[in-house]
Design a protein around this ligand. Sequence first.
Ligand SMILES: Nc1nc2c(c(=O)[nH]1)N[C@H]1C(S)=C(S)[C@@H](COP(=O)(O)OP(=O)(O)OC[C@H]3O[C@@H](n4cnc5c(N)ncnc54)[C@H](O)[C@@H]3O)O[C@H]1N2
Ligand code: MOO
Length: 405
Amino acid sequence: MTEFPTGLLYGDALAIVREVAAGHRLDTETLALSRTHGRVLARNVLAPLSLPPFDNSAMDGFALRYADLHGGISALRLVGEQFAGRALDLSVTAGECVRITTGAPMPAGADTVVIKENARVEGDRVIVHGDTLRAANVRRAGEDVAQGDAVLQAGQVLTPARVSLAASLGLASLPVACRPTVAVFTSGDELVEPGMSLAPGEIYDSNRELLMGLLRADGLEPTAWPRLPDDPKRVEIALRDAACAFDVVITCGAVSAGEKDHIPAVLAQFGQTHFWKVQMKPGMPLLFGSLDQARVLGLPGNPVSVFATCLTFGRALIDGLQGRSEPRPVWRAQLAAPIDKTHARREFVRAHVFSGENGVLRADPSPAVGSHRLRAVAESNALIVVPEGPQRLAAGAVVELLRYA
Ligand SMILES: Nc1nc2c(c(=O)[nH]1)N[C@H]1C(S)=C(S)[C@@H](COP(=O)(O)OP(=O)(O)OC[C@H]3O[C@@H](n4cnc5c(N)ncnc54)[C@H](O)[C@@H]3O)O[C@H]1N2
Ligand code: MOO
């Protein structure tokens, strides 16, 4: 077996995942705008036009020259109508106004719009009352985006607002990173499909739904493979099969010290182990490597370990492969109860986060600490990140959070 790093600090292990992912960036593809939601943009986007593209009215009313408003009441001659749509080439000279609707191009000569509620039409005359400021209710060409501006950057995630900004610039498609294809394996002879009956010693496979759900929530379309038995030859065949067809292979279970934990040996023999074991809790036996064309993440089998490692290392790998440069949001909250940690590992503590007095976020740590206690995850909405080394955190201390609901 070749040498590989083991017992790494969390930050060092994460750096390896990022570096390996950066070395295996996925191809890019150009997709119709409606299919780019949630994808990672592959190239900077320069605005091909200005926004707004032309001066236009922000309100329904009358376009006129501010110089014709005398305070109090003014009477103007109505010389036309410009509705939102094709520009009619209207113009306004002294004492004139044009009826206008929101979004309609400003007629030449007009610099101000008086809202409808401050005007009364009498035949071809418009009587304006109330105070209107110079240039009121006019949206200037280019005030939001100037032509040539770099409005979107490579590595950003395409949120609804960003896709809609691209649409407003007339772009019908965008270059995005290909999504990684992901194969998901659970493993263990003790596991039974929900809906089947249990023999003594067996439990239901819950990690598959956990992993599939977490990956789907990140916009992926993972493929669940048949569960791996505790048999080294079958583990080898299944993993090698998947590794030549998928970008990412995620397994859970069979990575610690047990006699049936075959995955580390298969990876070391047929691929490359980038690291095994990280100083984190839960999730310590985490395994990362490459096999054929795939990056392989071997998550520890305990459900909470699967959860914590998928949200941290799984995401880092998926993000890195797509060249996502925009960091995931970091949240902070005050502890609602103290945390006393004596071990050396970085710990991820399940917590309920809520808005406390004065709107300050508070995080209430769950007393259920075991990494088998899935219910504590289901009943919480964040992981508190407790740094390495012994930590005595008093109630009120500010902690970092990984929010998931
Ligand atoms: N002597 C040692 N024992 C253990 C160590 C160690 O370092 N030395 N590490 C412990 C830690 S920490 C963890 S985490 C677990 C991880 O073990 P594995 O990754 O090998 O996982 P398994 O042994 O296969 O399973 C652990 C646990 O999780 C249950 N499990 C597994 N898969 C599923 C699933 N799909 N759905 C529901 N539950 C699942 C499994 O039944 C076990 O109870 O090892 C410790 N031991
Ligand atoms: O690190 Mo294990 O993941 O405690 O449960």
